[in-house]
Design a protein around this ligand. Structure first.
Ligand code: ZN
Length: 150
């Protein structure tokens, strides 16, 4: 196992043991539940989007495996404070990284940590675990957009 693999594994374990933005939001712009029946992962995502379209707050309650919890934690850090458009781009890049065979997708410095999850591709059955928070976020963004107060 290379040094990079070790660092990646440590990153994932750190997020699993200390999930960032863990909790719930009262009166969130969107509250969405995601389930991955293959593994038994369940999570609830709370999202607050400002009138200007910034992700002001995001919280996650995850009851799932280490990959699911770590992925959600990393995602919350990556998108907090970003515009909805930017968050959608990050989701797209992440899904590309996990779903394409090539290793060409790379993240710029501040999102580099997300690449720790690239190793999950070696275990195809776990890819859905890593993607669940991201697909749930996408649904949350759609919900927040459609219920946006004028
Ligand atoms: Zn899982």
């Amino acid at each position: 196992m290379s040094l990079a693999d070790d660092l990646y594994r440590e990153t994932i374990l750190d997020h699993y043991h200390n999930p960032r933005n863990n909790g719930s939001i009262d009166n969130a712009s969107a509250t969405v539940e995601g389930v991955n029946p293959l593994c038994g992962d369940e999570l609830t995502l709370y999202l607050n989007v400002s009138p200007a379209g910034l992700i002001e707050d995001v919280k996650l309650m995850a009851h799932g495996c280490s990959i699911n919890t770590a992925s959600g934690s990393m995602m919350s850090e990556a998108i907090l404070g970003q515009s909805v458009e930017r968050a959608e781009e990050i989701i797209e890049s992440f899904k590309n990284m996990m779903l394409t065979k090539s290793d060409e997708v790379a993240f710029e410095d501040e999102l580099e940590e997300l690449e720790a999850l690239r190793g999950v591709k070696k275990y195809p059955v776990r890819i859905k675990c890593a993607l669940l928070p991201w697909n749930t976020l996408l649904e949350g963004i759609q919900t927040a957009k459609s219920t946006k107060k004028e």
